[in-house]
Design a protein around this ligand. Structure first.
Ligand code: FPP
Length: 247
């Protein structure tokens, strides 16, 4: 494992990896367990991966899609369980985050979240604000279309009040009004469980991202699987729409 890590590091790490953690429910079903057991196991997989990304790999930015704006339509018990799980996860991990230089930020609209979770998240964001080893972004009540609309409204309001010239609105202005304003675009987006969709995740930011899909269900996603995804990313030629350079 150590050699593999070194090899992957030397191959050039992506700066920012974003993960769509899918397949918790199917993982549980395959074991005759309730869906909530799948989320519990999913949280452990997330914990393992955050630790690996920070300590062993030295990754700069890791983004996890924890709860989408569409996830509210799941059964109430499941939504409540996920809210509670996220609350406990962040509260329990906070000390480790502080000690290990993890900076937590949240992408999404926190206002409809249970007040307790909201407070846990806000406290953790504040407590880790000076850290800079690993930027951990948790997408929570996040939807990319909603994020883009919110940015448009911000820019439209500035234009309507005369503070902003509509002709001056470029990509930078829009990108700077997204939740990810201070975060570089993801280089690699990974989705587990065999689905090949972005599902309203980082649509603007994904413009040049490499996409990696694996049939592995999220609770089974290990650091080795992450290294495999990075190796695939390294083998692909990234040209950003240009032709390949000669010579
Ligand atoms: C998708 O599996 C997963 C979710 C909707 C929730 C993601 C949450 C976690 C992995 C746990 C906690 C996260 C953190 C950051 C601690 P699914 O339920 O859609 O699975 P299925 O498609 O097999 O039903």
């Amino acid at each position: 494992m150590h050699e593999l890590i070194e090899r992957v590091k030397q191959g050039g790490l992506p700066r920012h990896i974003a993960l769509i953690m899918d397949g918790n429910g199917r993982w549980a079903k395959a074991r005759g367990l309730p869906r909530t057991a799948g989320h519990q196991a999913g949280a452990q997989a997330a914990e393992r991966l955050i630790r690996f990304a920070g300590r062993e790999l030295g990754l700069e930015y890791l983004t996890l899609y924890a709860f989408s704006t569409e996830n509210w339509s799941r059964p109430k018990e499941e939504v409540d369980f996920l809210m509670d799980l996220l609350d406990r996860f962040i509260a329990e991990k906070l000390r480790e985050f502080v000690e290990e230089g993890v900076r937590l930020t949240v992408l999404g609209d926190l206002s409809p979240l249970p007040p307790r979770l909201r407070k846990t998240v806000e406290d953790a964001v504040t407590a880790t604000a000076d850290n800079s080893k690993l930027y951990l972004n948790v997408a929570l009540n996040y939807g990319s279309r909603q994020e883009i609309l919110r940015a448009c409204r911000t820019l439209a309001a500035a234009a309507a009040s005369g503070r902003l010239d509509p002709d001056a609105i470029g990509e930078e202005a829009l990108a700077g009004s997204l939740y990810t304003a201070d975060i570089p675009d993801p280089d690699l987006i990974i989705r587990t469980s065999g689905e090949k969709r972005l599902s309203n995740f980082l649509l603007w930011q994904a413009a040049y991202a490499e996409l990696y899909f694996t049939p592995i269900l999220w609770p089974d996603f290990t650091p080795e699987e992450l290294l495999r995804a990075i190796e695939t990313y390294q083998r692909r030629k990234r040209r950003f729409g240009r032709v390949e350079e000669e010579g």
